[in-house]
Structures are given as structure tokens and as C-alpha cells.
Design a protein around this ligand. Structure first.
Ligand SMILES: *Cc1c(COP(=O)(O)O)cnc(C)c1O
Length: 240
């Protein structure tokens, strides 16, 4: 029977193999376990297997889970968890996100960024943020159009309580592996261009259970993996 510890090990092997193929060090790729829809008890199992970074899509669900984990693990261990918001963020939720998360992957406009910076508590490290880029060019998908990323990045980079670390993308799955690869590559090229232009970035968040190998070969430094760790999600809320 598959266990979360076994699944985690298998995912780490996939990450290592892909990194090695790409001539990269396995530890150059950071893994976050995407736990949306899964109960706190499963996150506790992942934590027991050594995983401390978790990605959540829905703010309310995430906060309830943070509280449940503090009860399950104790406050000390719970403080060692690192929470990443990877779902869309509305402006009425920025305060709780600024107070409770370490990372936000889905910043897509200045107004949200400004609120996060203003609301980040003074006793916490600056909030680490990524700009979500719409790499597939689909009107319905969230994220900033590639051409609008550079000006937004320059604006965010000087916000006092934010630390702009890089870009995030969720390319539409494509049956054509070459097309999928090109979408990851486009995001990588945008990221490299921003770095050449002087922004101190170190994080390229791309790749999930089904496509992490291609993403790593194309330069991902952080992969967001749910299904391959926790199993299938029972009810999938519509991806926002
Ligand atoms: C759900 C989700 C994931 C994880 O997807 P899996 O296919 O289950 O690995 C990664 N990133 C984002 C933004 C998600 O919403």
C-alpha cells in the first residue's frame, strides 16, 4: 500500500533524476507538498516523513489546517512549517495571508502586493512573493501577461515588507510534450531576462505531479506536487 512517506520518497527520486539529467544538483529543486482538500492528519504524516513546506490554494481552508496542525503537532513544531499560498488571492483576504503565510506564489497586481506589504506584521520576516505569469495566454487563466511582468516586478521589488523572489506559472496541460516544454521555457526566459535586468531573483515555481520532470529540465527551482504525494483529490474545486 502506498504511504505518504513512500510517495514522498518517490517524488524526491523523480526530482533527483530530472535534475541530474539536466546537469543540475538535486538540491537545487525545492519541493512543496500541495495539500489542498486533504485533512490535517495527512499533512502531519508528511511532516513526520520530513516535509515541512506545504502549498494551499484556499485561504480559509489553509488557516483551519494551520490551526489543526498546531493542535496535532504542538505549537513548537507547527512554527517550523512553511506555508505557501498557491491559489488566487482576493484583496479582502490579504491581511490573514500577510499574517499567516511565508510565501505567496500568485501575486498578479500591484494593489494586492501593496496591501500585503502594508499588512505584513513587523515581527515577521518580509513576505516572499512570486509573480504569477499567464504563460499559456488563455484569457480565463489568472496571471500577468508576459509583457506586463517587468514593470510589475520593478514595483514589487521596492515594497518594504515584500521580498520578490521570482515567477510562478501553471501552463495549461498539453498533449504535445514539445508544446508543454516551450511554455516552461518561455517562463524561464522571462525569469532570466529579469535577472539580467538587475532583479535579485532565485525562484522559478513551475511543475506539478504530471510534468515536474519537464519543468525541472527547463529550469524550475521549486515544484508544487499534490497528487503524487497525497493521492487523488476527492472533490476538485474549480481551478480559479
Ligand atoms: C493543485 C495544484 C498543484 C498540484 O497539482 P498536482 O497535479 O496534484 O500535483 C500545483 N500547483 C497549483 C497552483 C495547484 O493549484
Amino acid at each position: 500500500m502506498a504511504t505518504i512517506a513512500g510517495n514522498l520518497q518517490a517524488v524526491k527520486s523523480r526530482i533527483s533524476a530530472a535534475a541530474t539529467r539536466a546537469g543540475r544538483r538535486p538540491d537545487s529543486v525545492y519541493l512543496i507538498a500541495v495539500s489542498k482538500t486533504h485533512p490535517a492528519a495527512l499533512l502531519a504524516q508528511a511532516h513526520a516523513a520530513g516535509q515541512s513546506a506545504f502549498g494551499e490554494n484556499y485561504v480559509q481552508e489553509a488557516v483551519e489546517k494551520m490551526d489543526a496542525l498546531a493542535r496535532l503537532l504542538g505549537p513548537e513544531a507547527a512554527r517550523g512549517l512553511e506555508w505557501h499560498l498557491i491559489g488566487p488571492l482576493q484583496s479582502n483576504k490579504t491581511r490573514v495571508v500577510a499574517e499567516r503565510f511565508a510565501w505567496v506564489h500568485t501575486v498578479d497586481r500591484e494593489k494586492i502586493a501593496r496591501r500585503l506589504s502594508e499588512q505584513r506584521p513587523a515581527d515577521l520576516a518580509p513576505l516572499k512573493v512570486l509573480i504569477q505569469v499567464n504563460v499559456s495566454g488563455e484569457a480565463t487563466k489568472s496571471g500577468v501577461a508576459p509583457g506586463d511582468v517587468a514593470p510589475l516586478a520593478r514595483t514589487l521589488a521596492v515594497m518594504p515588507r515584500l521580498e520578490l523572489r521570482g515567477l510562478m506559472g501553471i501552463p495549461e496541460p498539453s498533449d504535445d510534450a514539445a508544446v508543454q516544454r516551450l511554455r516552461f521555457r518561455a517562463l524561464r526566459e522571462l525569469y532570466e531576462r529579469l535577472k539580467r535586468d538587475g532583479l535579485a531573483l532565485d525562484t522559478l515555481s513551475m511543475g506539478m505531479s504530471g510534468d515536474l520532470e519537464v519543468a525541472i529540465e527547463e529550469g524550475a527551482t521549486l515544484v508544487r506536487v499534490g497528487t503524487a504525494i497525497f493521492g487523488a483529490r476527492e472533490s476538485v474545486k474549480s481551478a480559479a
